[in-house]
Design a protein around this ligand. Structure first.
Ligand SMILES: [Zn+2]
Length: 75
């Protein structure tokens, strides 16, 4: 039995840490130094969080005519 958490456990810890802003525990950080798969998961989580944060930013908006066409299309 290893003292390191499993990849599944690390994934849960990563998600919880990113949601809460709490730092990762020592065993999780050690696992990340040894496991490329979990480092990829961490990078994907960070990318998703970055994308979600950017989704709330003001971006290009539709013209009134385009909004009207979209509204009619959706009805
Ligand atoms: Zn792993």
């Amino acid at each position: 039995m290893s003292f390191l958490p499993s990849c599944r456990d690390v994934s849960k810890h990563l998600s919880a840490a990113l949601d809460s802003g709490r730092p990762l525990g020592m065993h999780v950080r050690l696992h990340l130094t040894l496991c490329e798969a979990c480092r990829r998961v961490l990078a994907q989580f960070a990318l998703i969080r970055h994308g979600a944060a950017r989704a709330g930013e003001a971006g290009p908006s539709l013209s009134d005519a385009a909004k009207g066409r979209l509204r009619r299309f959706l009805q």
